[in-house]
Design a protein. Structure first.
Length: 390
């Protein structure tokens, strides 16, 4: 099949980039042809090694926009999306692709589709939604129900159940999220990763290298976490790398302030930059375990990109118990603390570090099992089946 991936989210780093890479590589691995359809000014942060079709109209961002300016940009973005949809329809009618894939969607994409002739596409068009929370569910189901008569529109929702918040619609396809695996470095979770865990099992490794990775956001409450970390006493040497990529200048200033405040702790190292491709994968590979000490209600319903990076690289993890609880119920891949309870986080992290050697064998076995169950090729096979099911 010839797959057209319609991408219109520009970002210098983050899981959107790796998700697009995953789709390209895994679909190609199944023998499919893949190309991108993007706005005319779209700048790729990675080279996916496939052809690109430029669509008319530039991207519209909300960076620095407030009030009326943000509202006007929202209207402009909707106008542009309508135009891109019409171009995709023309390409489909001309036989340029066998299926269209929109990798990161929201109910707004579906609302726009309901106002556009693309909803009657002659080829399957699959919108991937990375989770639906109860607040946005009524809007999602309203638009999904309107699209039921459109035989080629499929809505793939990444979650952990066979329904979406207890509801089933014929055009809604629940799919298990995929792991992110290292693709650009000479390092294998199955070989080097498991070998490192065996060193802890045998008591041959002393220093435990922890990693706190991802985009810096205030909701992660990094400063509060570091205040707790600074007070913890471990029975082994520990090193914590704190990486933060920022897009908003205010977030950048906040991250730099935190870095300066804790610069005196020799156990801490700060990286204020985006990590993409090989550099990102190597940073994950170099860590022995990953920390996700942040909480938010939405994490129950939207799959965690960092958690599935940890599983893909087979790294034990400490996380809040509201981060994809279905995963923690099925796999012992680390430790969780009570969401929002800083005292429980302190207890959890202390026990995790001090007892790491004793639990390393269990972590290794459970991570291998989870990595197999959530392998990215499974997602590619499921998307192919959805597209072929007429």
């Amino acid at each position: 099949m010839r797959w057209a991936i319609f991408e219109n989210i520009m970002t210098p780093g983050g899981h959107e980039i790796e998700f697009d890479r995953l789709l390209v590589k895994e679909l190609q691995g199944l023998g499919h042809e893949v190309f991108f359809c993007v706005p005319e000014d779209f700048v790729f942060s990675a080279d996916y090694g496939v052809s690109v079709k430029r669509l008319g109209g530039k991207t519209v961002t909300y960076t620095g926009a407030k009030g009326l300016t943000k509202l006007l940009r929202s209207v402009k973005r909707e106008w542009r999306r309508q135009g891109w949809y019409r171009e995709l329809l023309s390409m489909a009618q001309a036989g340029d692709m066998d299926a269209v894939l929109v990798p990161t969607s929201t109910y707004r994409y579906l609302r726009a589709l309901n106002r556009n002739p693309l909803k009657n596409s002659p080829v399957p068009i699959i919108f991937i939604l990375h989770g639906i929370n109860p607040g946005e569910a009524p809007k999602f189901f309203r638009e999904a129900e309107k699209l039921l008569p459109c035989r080629n529109v499929r809505l793939a929702v990444l979650n952990f159940a066979d329904d979406v918040l207890g509801r089933r619609l014929a055009n809604v396809c629940p799919l298990r999220p995929p792991t992110y695996t290292p693709r650009d470095i000479d390092w294998s979770p199955e070989i080097e990763g498991r070998k490192r865990l065996k060193e802890f099992v045998a008591g041959e490794a002393r220093e435990l290298k922890l990693g706190f990775f991802g985009q810096y956001r205030r909701e992660k409450r990094l400063e509060e976490f570091l205040r707790i970390f600074a007070k913890l006493n471990f029975t082994r040497p520990v090193k914590l790398l704190v990486q933060g990529s920022t897009m908003d200048p205010r977030d950048g200033e906040a991250f730099d302030k935190i870095s300066r405040e804790f610069s005196g702790d020799s156990r801490l190292e700060f990286w204020h930059r985006a990590l993409v491709g090989a550099e990102w994968q190597q940073a994950i590979a170099d860590a022995d375990a990953l920390l996700m000490p942040y909480s938010a209600p939405r994490y129950r319903y939207h799959w965690g990109g960092m958690l599935f990076t940890a599983i893909g690289s087979e790294k034990p993890t400490v996380a809040s118990d509201d981060l994809n609880p279905e995963v923690w119920q099925s796999y012992k891949i680390g430790a969780t603390f009570k969401s929002g309870d800083w005292n429980d986080l302190a207890r959890c992290l202390t026990d995790f570090v001090n007892d790491f050697d004793a639990n390393a064998a269990t972590y290794a076995a459970e991570l291998a099992r989870a990595a197999k169950d959530f392998a990215p090729t499974n997602l590619a096979r499921s998307l192919t089946k959805i597209a072929e099911d007429r």
